[in-house]
Design a protein around this ligand. Structure first.
Ligand code: GLA
Length: 385
């Protein structure tokens, strides 16, 4: 029985009527890390790992939700909505976000399950929020735009989960397209699709199994450092609103005023915004070898300057560097502090990579890594059964 069928059956058994089904994907990011909340560029893609919602309106104010993967059920109304980092807080955040926009959100019965590993940096929470928001909008005939759904999902992260994330994950989960990456300009919130022609190469995600939890890590601190840099620079250049506006030469002129820590982090961001645009040109020209080199460069910037890597991620990238005859690019992906690396490698070497990394990684960290092969997929949508 497929996962969708099982969730469907669970819904019928529990709620005794026919539901509708929606799926929302997780995402990878080819390049452009920690640039989204600085109004820079990112290059994410939705993947074929997703959250499935089996859901129907119930005509009350009550949200009755079953989290099938956790064998948990919760019921709440919007007056119960509270902050926290459990799955129901995200859903409360989404429904509250829709209400904030002035829509009349009605209760639903829902069973959901996911194929996105949690804490692996594949944006399971963005998929959870985007899928739920999209389903509420469709079921209630609210007509919220895709961008609106992404922003509501981001609102839930900010105000209910306490993670001051950018828009990349939510944007990818709603706008993803099969076989394509999205070159997203986080200032205009418009994207260009970039066909990812990788030839003999493929994307491999290697999971450190170090669970990242953005709220309890330095993610918000990094964002605060970037905001500090802007505040200082804006005292002399009031038109400067984000690091997107800051050329490297200007930043260098503020080095002493910013102090070492803020300066180094801001420099990483300014450089990463430029690197991402360059990488996008390479991908469009199908020059994936040059693209891959920029992945390595990005990793060491994230690790040494932005300081969001960890020993396990660095170790995996070092193994990739030692395998340059078949791995042409590799870096940590997402917010950091754990999760996966994303690597571009020869298809025929994937099995070798798995065996090699498993042995070395286990010997070093006494943890088993995991490997995910993903296809670039479509954003949130309804499935008709
Ligand atoms: C997390 C956040 C995103 C983005 C990345 C880093 O995934 O949710 O908004 O900032 O980290 O690029």
């Amino acid at each position: 029985m497929s996962r969708k069928t099982r969730l469907h059956q669970l819904f019928i058994d529990r709620f005794k009527r026919e539901p509708q089904i929606f799926i929302a994907p997780g995402r990878i990011n080819l390049i452009g890390e920690h640039t989204d909340y600085n109004e820079g560029f990112v290059m994410p893609a939705a993947i074929d790992k997703h959250v499935i919602f089996v859901i129907a309106p119930n005509g009350t104010d009550q949200f009755n939700i079953v989290a099938a993967d956790y064998s948990e059920s919760k019921s709440f109304t919007l007056t119960d909505a509270v902050k926290g980092d459990s799955w129901e807080n995200y859903l409360m955040g989404v429904a509250s976000g829709i209400r904030q926009l002035g829509f009349d959100v009605k209760g639903v019965d829902c069973v959901f399950g996911s194929t996105i590993p949690v804490g692996a940096g594949l944006s399971s929470s963005a998929a959870l929020c985007c899928g739920f928001g999209f389903a509420l909008s469709e079921l209630g005939g609210l007509g919220i735009s895709r961008l609106g759904i992404a922003k509501i999902a981001q609102y839930a992260e900010h105000h209910f989960a306490g993670v001051m994330c950018g828009i990349m994950d939510q944007y990818a989960s709603v706008f993803g397209e099969e076989d394509n990456a999205l070159l997203l300009d986080c200032r205009s919130l418009q994207h260009e699709t970039v066909y990812a022609n990788l030839g003999d190469y493929t994307i491999v995600l290697t999971d450190t199994k170090v669970k990242h939890a953005l709220a309890s890590t330095g993610y918000n601190d990094r964002r605060a450092s970037c905001e500090t840099a802007i505040r200082v620079i804006a005292t002399r250049y009031p038109d400067i609103k984000s690091l997107r506006d800051v050329p490297l030469m200007m930043l260098l002129a503020f080095q002493d005023q910013l102090g070492e820590d803020v300066f180094v982090k801001a420099r990483y961001v300014v450089e990463q915004i430029e690197i991402t645009q360059r990488a996008a040109r390479y991908l469009k020209e199908e020059n994936i070898h040059e693209f891959g080199k920029l992945m390595f460069t990005t990793h060491w910037g994230l690790s040494k300057s932005y300081d969001v890597s960890c020993a396990e991620l660095d170790y995996l990238v070092e193994l990739a560097e030692l395998s340059r005859d078949f791995v042409i690019g590799s870096r940590m992906m997402g917010g950091g502090f754990g999760g996966c690396t994303i690597s571009l490698m020869l298809k025929e070497k994937v099995d070798f990579w798995k065996g090699y990394v498993h042995e070395k990684y286990f010997a070093t960290f006494k943890k088993e890594p995991d490997f995910y092969l993903v296809n670039l997929s479509r954003g949130v949508h309804q499935i008709h059964t």
